[in-house]
Design a protein around this ligand. Structure first.
Ligand code: IVH
Length: 675
């Protein structure tokens, strides 16, 4: 049986390699899934043959902890950037003078992701570390193990016993677009670019979610004492044989002209790649010559990056829309003559805010420059004045709300204008209902279109109305059948068991996000005490400052909001803290203020935070004379430590803390988390 399991593991790893590294799948997804299922079954029947490197383990377990910091054996340096052909020529000539002998340059693509260092011993992935500050990074091994193009076990037997390989973890454009689409539907904040999305994903505490995000990798730098060859290019060719994903977009050059040809070709061709690139990297091929040239404090002298110019297009401004968001913020959006930019057609672009519109002095009909930078929405970066013949109307920021006509306001020191007519301005009302039903709030199974439909027909004017909609009324609407009506009613009923803290978040009180909602729920155990809280009571809640406190007061001062809350109560929503959760609370740490710092091993930071609050204590971010305890893990920052010592604050470690709250490590796991 052992042999059978091992053969199946090998076969599945091989299929993974063909699919994820070579992009040449040999079997259908179905066939692959069947093989994986079979292996899962056999492994479950024979736990004695467990192997942490089995392909079934790539899905990721549910461990939840803060990352441990690890020192890099070789510091992770960056590259000197260049932006012009002249600078590339300078590098080439500088290198020739310094070496005073023939040399080869390797041209590669500069992948725009998150740098990672992988350590292998005896062909097995031991550790994956992020760049961090270059000297020490986070140990993200559990997450990296879920990336299918990163081999857990190498092929062949000619790899060094111990070596490091560095590269980039990337989120392919397609995955990025899907993820953002999903986040937009759930009204979650979008990732600005695939790099941020990959970085956010690698830092997730749950490898099972990382696994679903389909990250990819390209590796480009081998380090170690006994590498196969002197040449970087030759070493990477070997690494490719061992199973690493090494780009084929590489070439060895001897002349400057060959380098320019590579740059010119890829500046265009990179638009067809599945992942983001932002330049070209030039490296001296020979390790001996690299050593000769050496390093500065920040980067090697034997390599440089040439950065591609941000892509820009010139197109006509047709009109400007002013959009009103859920909290009343008004954003200017330019409608453009459609133009092609970085592979997609751009029709709309951000015009930032009123100050920038004025500074641009932009007129309708102007030819303007659009750029796709790191942001989600392309932005207007300038106006081509020479192309302005018959100037159209100058663009002016609206003074009144484009939806309801109310005079806009602007808070002191803020760049954005908002409509203060929160309770009668249509896009704000609809936006609040959309927020209420969203996944992180009540998770009611309807989207923007249905909210619009219900609102326009007059069924729903606020969140509470959703609970009085009759199935027979919706059944006769366009696009609704019995099945979708049943689904809707079921999800309305399910939402009645959504926790109190999420109901507070769902109300859409401006400034009250998920974390603040949790803090409020934890201090005000039912909605009546929250609605009647005073300013002083509110600002005494952790993380609640004067702006949030005032916003909560304003929200509940509005009669219509109180009425909605009363109705939600009558429909049976959770508007007080669960009794079981309440029963577990203690006063052990009552009034004690904690600062958590460093890396922990027995529980995650969030778990410790929850324990503190559950036992009546308070968490704060920075050390001050008010701090009672520092809960210190490994590698606590020296500045914090010094300050805490000088203020005479008690510093305790995780064991001391667990003794104080009298919890064994076993009985406090993530599912007990209040937060
Ligand atoms: S070599 C000491 N090669 O760009 C040189 N880096 O700005 C090690 N990068 O830290 C890096 N593609 O995160 C190298 N083909 C490539 C690269 C690459 C992307 C990243 C890497 C590096 C950063 C420097």
């Amino acid at each position: 049986m052992k042999e059978k399991i091992e053969a199946l593991r090998k076969e599945i790893e091989q299929l993974n390699y063909l699919y994820y590294v070579l992009s040449k799948p040999e079997v259908s997804d179905y066939e692959f899934d069947m093989k994986l299922k079979e292996l899962e079954r056999l492994e479950a029947e024979h736990p004695e043959f467990f192997d942490a490197n089995s392909p079934t383990q790539r899905i990721g377990s549910d461990v939840n902890r803060t990352f441990t910091q690890v020192e890099h054996q070789y510091p992770m340096l960056s590259l000197a950037n260049t932006y012009s052909a002249g600078e590339v020529q300078d590098f080439f000539e500088r290198t020739r003078r310094a070496l005073n002998e023939d040399f080869e340059l390797v041209c590669e693509l500069k992948y725009d992701g998150v740098s990672i260092s992988l350590i292998y011993e005896d062909g097995i992935l031991q550790q994956a570390i992020t760049r961090g500050d270059g000297e020490r990074g986070d140990d993200v091994t559990a997450n990296v193990r879920t990336i299918k193009s990163i081999p857990l076990k190498l092929y062949g037997n000619d790899f060094p016993k111990q070596f490091e390989i560095r590269g980039e973890v990337l989120m392919p454009w397609k995955v990025f677009d899907e993820l953002n689409h999903e986040r937009a539907e759930q009204e979650e904040q979008l990732f600005a670019n695939p790099r941020n999305a990959a970085s956010g994903t690698l830092k997730l505490q749950n490898p099972a979610i990382v696994s679903q995000r389909s990250l990819d990798s390209y590796l480009y730098y081998l380090l170690g004492e006994s590498l196969p060859a002197d040449g970087h290019f030759e070493n990477l060719a070997k690494a490719r044989e061992w199973g690493f994903k090494i780009s084929n977009a590489m070439c060895k050059c001897r002349t400057l002209q060959e380098v320019f040809n590579f740059i010119e070709y890829w500046d265009e061709e990179r638009k067809n790649l599945p992942v983001a690139t932002d330049g070209i990297v030039l490296k001296v091929n020979s390790s001996r010559q690299q050593l000769n040239l050496g390093w500065t404090a920040k980067s090697p002298r034997w390599a440089i990056a040439y950065k591609f110019k941000a892509e820009q297009a010139e197109t006509r401004l047709n009109s400007v829309d002013f959009q009103v968001g859920r909290t009343g913020t008004v954003t200017p959006v330019a409608n453009l003559e459609p133009t092609l930019l970085s592979g997609t057609t751009v029709k709309r672009a951000s015009l930032h805010n009123a100050d920038i519109i004025n500074a641009l002095d932009i007129h309708i009909g102007d030819m303007c420059f659009v750029e796709k930078g790191g942001e989600i929405i392309p932005k207007i970066t300038g106006v081509n004045r020479k192309a302005r013949f018959l100037p159209g109307e100058k663009v002016k920021f609206v003074e009144n709300c484009p939806a309801c006509g109310t005079k806009l306001q602007r808070s002191a020191g803020e760049a954005t204008w908002f409509c203060p007519n929160h309770y009668r301005c249509k896009p704000q009302i609809k936006g609040r209902i959309e927020h209420f039903v969203s996944r992180k709030a009540m998770y009611i199974n309807i989207g923007e279109e249905t909210v619009n439909q219900f609102y326009n027909i007059g069924f729903v004017h606020n969140a509470a109305d959703l609970y009085s909609v009759k199935p027979s009324d919706i059944l006769c609407l366009e696009r609704w059948g019995q099945k979708s009506v049943d689904n809707f009613i079921e999800s309305i009923n399910l939402s009645k068991s959504v926790s109190y803290e999420r109901v507070i978040f769902a109300l859409g009180i401006p400034e009250v996000g998920e974390t603040i909602a949790k803090r409020l729920a934890n201090t005000f155990h039912d909605i009546d005490s929250l609605m009647n809280a005073t300013f002083e009571q509110l600002i005494s809640v952790g993380d609640v400052g004067t702006v949030i406190a005032q916003s909560v007061l304003d929200f509940f001062a509005e009669k219509s909001n109180r009425k909605i809350v009363e109705r939600l109560k009558s429909y049976g929503l959770q508007l007080s803290l669960d009794q079981a959760v309440l029963a577990e609370r203690t006063d052990t740490l009552k009034g004690q203020i904690f600062v958590i710092s460093g890396t922990f091993f027995k529980h995650s930071r969030d778990e410790y935070k929850a324990m503190i609050e559950k036992n009546g204590g308070k968490n704060t971010g920075s050390v001050s004379s008010k701090t009672d305890y520092i809960l210190a893990g490994d590698n606590m920052g020296p500045a914090k430590l010094g300050k805490a010592k000088s203020l005479g604050i008690k510093i305790i470690n995780e064991d001391d803390f667990l003794k104080i709250v009298d919890l064994s490590t076993a009985d406090f796991k993530d599912d007990n988390l209040l937060f």
